[in-house]
Design a protein around this ligand. Structure first.
Ligand code: AMP
Ligand code: MN
Ligand code: MN
Length: 319
């Protein structure tokens, strides 16, 4: 039976001609895969669709339709959908001129439910997995391209089915998406295995500065590293996954210096611990095992504050 909320969303979609879909800055595979998967399906249903990621989709050229992604919305729209984003600020500046979203689809525990309609399921591994469940109830269907984008979101957020929230239901969804034509080996390789030469050199800069103190492992990536190496973008090139594979780390932390006196912090922890609260206190959000925040201040100051607070959290958990 289709739930009332889904029925209303289906009607809202049916009544809209021009739809804007947007996700978070520094997009990951779930952000890009969810924007594209939903966007391509809406186009197949005859809608005019804008798919927007403020930082672009350069990293996702292997995804069908990625060339359609723009960095800014344009013109009039009659429905805004925000995916994989727990608060309105994280989409960047785009929504300021456009008002609040009609629909929010997300799996972050810290979601503020800022849509007219909200489909927020924090037990799901990825926003793409939520879309897989709900899209048919919204009158949308899957083809091979849509399936590839959604599988990419699931592979990304589970780091290749490695996170503890992966269960047989997730594997069945992945199987269904493969049956629809998604190429798992290709997605896995493009998303998780292959890295550019510059990305690995950038890792080197971070790994050289890696520190360990009684269950905490951390490092920083600096603007000067990116300049020297020529690494494009302001992200961590997924170095955080390497840090969290350090056996001694109960909590891994990475600090990525940003322009304009900002620092992007990522926390990763082990099953049974929760870092979403500390990220939220620093103005960010996320999940129990993986969370992040954008914090104002110099790299040195932010590192000091965050390490002190994270140390306290770890000591509290151990008591
Ligand atoms: P990251 O550390 O950027 O890989 O993100 C880990 C998780 O925390 C992801 O689910 C992000 O969506 C979320 N997250 C990261 N940064 C922020 C932020 N500034 N505000 C809210 N959520 C965030
Ligand atoms: Mn995301
Ligand atoms: Mn996600």
């Amino acid at each position: 039976m289709i739930k009332e909320n889904d029925q209303k969303i289906a009607e809202r979609i049916k009544d809209s001609n021009s739809i804007l879909i947007i996700s978070h800055v520094r997009p990951d595979a779930d952000a890009a895969g969810s924007v594209l998967g939903l966007g391509l399906a809406l186009e197949n249903a005859g809608k005019k669709v804008q798919m927007v990621l403020e930082d672009g989709a350069e990293k996702f050229i292997y995804l069908p339709g990625s060339e359609r992604i723009t960095q800014k919305p344009a013109g009039e729209v009659d429905m805004i959908i925000v995916v994989d984003c727990s608060d309105p600020d994280r989409v960047g500046g785009a929504l300021a001129e456009y008002g609040g979203p009609s629909l929010v689809v997300d799996h972050h525990k810290t979601n503020l439910n800022f849509g007219e309609y909200n489909v927020v399921e924090s037990d799901q591994v990825a926003t793409a997995a939520i879309l897989f469940d709900h899209m048919p109830t919204w009158g949308l269907s899957f083809d091979a391209d849509v399936a590839s984008c959604l599988l990419s979101g699931i592979v990304g957020d589970t780091i290749g089915f490695r996170t503890p929230n992966v269960n047989s239901d997730v594997m069945r969804k992945a199987g269904a998406l493969m049956d629809l034509g998604a190429d798992l080996a290709h997605i896995y390789r493009e998303e998780l295995v292959m890295k550019s030469f510059k990305a690995i050199r950038y890792w080197g800069a971070g790994l050289n500065r890696m520190e360990h103190d009684d269950g905490l492992v951390w490092t920083s990536l600096r603007l000067a590293d990116r300049k020297e190496i020529g690494y494009p973008g302001n992200d961590d090139a997924d170095l955080v996954n390497v840090l969290s594979s350090v056996k001694e780390a109960k909590i891994a932390l990475i600090f990525v210096e940003q322009p304009h006196n900002m620092v992007k912090v990522s926390w990763r922890t082990r099953p049974g611990m929760d870092v979403s609260g500390i990220a939220f206190e620093f103005g960010g959000g996320g999940h129990a095992a993986a969370a992040g925040a954008d914090i104002e201040g110099t790299l040195e100051d932010v590192m000091e504050d965050v390490i002190i607070e994270t140390r306290k959290l770890l000591d509290k958990i151990r008591k």
